[in-house]
Design a protein around this ligand. Structure first.
Ligand SMILES: NC(=O)c1ccc[n+]([C@@H]2O[C@H](COP(=O)([O-])OP(=O)(O)OC[C@H]3O[C@@H](n4cnc5c(N)ncnc54)[C@H](OP(=O)(O)O)[C@@H]3O)[C@@H](O)[C@H]2O)c1
Length: 312
């Protein structure tokens, strides 16, 4: 996502991003997670350039259901739209099948069963291999209660009646652990995969951001309640905790790698989906797969203070 969307446009570097994706595949990373709305469309086009050359190296997941306008994003879950959007994604991705097709957001105007039914037809038509559903999270700032994902679970129960859910995608990281309470157990009990979005806390958990550094106006963090100068300073104890654990594993181990290893430790059905546009980050992030956190590490990370946001 950061390669094409939601983070500073001026820092997007198409060719470097392309190298980063190739490097990830070279290192044995297989999951490429994109969405038609990232760009919009340009991220799928970028992934398509890679898939054209090495489709068999990748498991490609994309998303449908959100349309980007000049100033707004709207949901569209109408079956006819879903069918057209899938064909367009296949063209951009330069492939004849999508491994995982995810409903980005349910359309409040369309019963979710109808949208999901259209997606199931795509599986039957051989255009898609499995279906996934993305959850709406805490919107970054508010301390979320235990019931944050109740609505998602109700949606999952409904769509399961129509066609099996292959994977759920939702935010999960050391500073956004809410999915552990109900969503992860729901997935684990049914053999459903879990894609952990924003596992690096939009970059904060890597310890490379400085409170007050400022963000370009088109960067989501410019309006994110955890990224005001005050809240970035208030949340430093979380980075300090990651650093302490990293130091126990060697001087080359980074806080970001600990953050990703924490996600990996949450279950064999959990796959972190870090976003990065630089090759250097991709190499570092892939290295987290070799980091084994101890019970002591996990207990210490579990005791970190809750993230604070300016909306709290
Ligand atoms: N389903 C949904 O609704 C939803 C919502 C959000 C995200 N997602 C998925 O989750 C993925 C990850 O989310 P995300 O990219 O927003 O958040 P993230 O992975 O938590 O953080 C991305 C940020 O971390 C930086 N970064 C990555 N690796 C780094 C490293 N090793 N050292 C220092 N900085 C590093 C990136 O910098 P650079 O930009 O400089 O590379 C980028 O600014 C997305 O790509 C998308 O697939 C899904």
């Amino acid at each position: 996502m950061p390669m094409s969307w939601a983070y500073s446009t001026s820092r997007q570097r198409g060719e470097e991003s392309l190298r980063a994706v190739h490097r990830a595949l070279d290192m044995g990373v297989t999951l490429l997670d994109t969405a038609d709305m990232y760009g919009p469309f340009t991220n799928e086009l970028l992934v398509g350039r890679v898939l054209k050359e090495r489709r068999s190296d990748a498991f490609v997941s994309t998303k449908v259901g959100l349309l980007v306008g000049e100033q707004h994003i709207v949901a569209n879950g109408r079956p006819g739209y879903v069918r057209r959007a899938c064909d367009a994604s296949l063209r951009r991705l330069q492939t004849d099948v999508i491994d995982l097709y995810q409903l980005h957001r349910a359309d409040p105007e369309v019963p979710v069963e109808e949208t999901w039914g259209a997606m199931a037809e795509l599986v039957r038509a051989g255009k898609v291999r499995a279906l996934g559903l993305c959850a709406v999270g805490a919107r970054g700032g508010r301390r979320s209660g235990a019931r944050l994902y109740d609505g998602t679970i109700r949606q999952l129960e409904r769509v399961q009646q129509v066609f099996p859910v292959g994977a759920v995608q939702a935010e999960l990281s050391v500073w956004s652990p809410e999915a552990l309470r109900s969503l992860l157990p729901w997935c684990a009990a049914r053999g459903v995969g879990f894609l952990a979005a924003m596992p690096l806390g939009n970059g904060f958990l890597t310890g490379t951001l400085t409170p007050g550094q400022g963000f370009e106006p088109d960067d989501l963090r410019a309006r994110h309640p955890r990224f005001t100068a005050e809240m970035m300073a208030a949340n430093q104890p979380i980075v300090a905790g990651l650093r302490r654990v990293a130091a126990r594993h060697g001087e080359d181990v980074t806080p970001g790698q600990v953050a990703l290893a924490w996600v990996l430790a949450q279950g064999s059905h959990v796959v972190p989906v870090p976003g990065a546009k630089r090759e250097r980050w991709v190499v570092e992030n892939a290295g987290a797969a070799d980091l084994r956190l101890t019970h002591e590490d996990l207990a210490e990370l579990g005791r970190l203070p809750a993230a604070r946001g300016s909306w709290d």
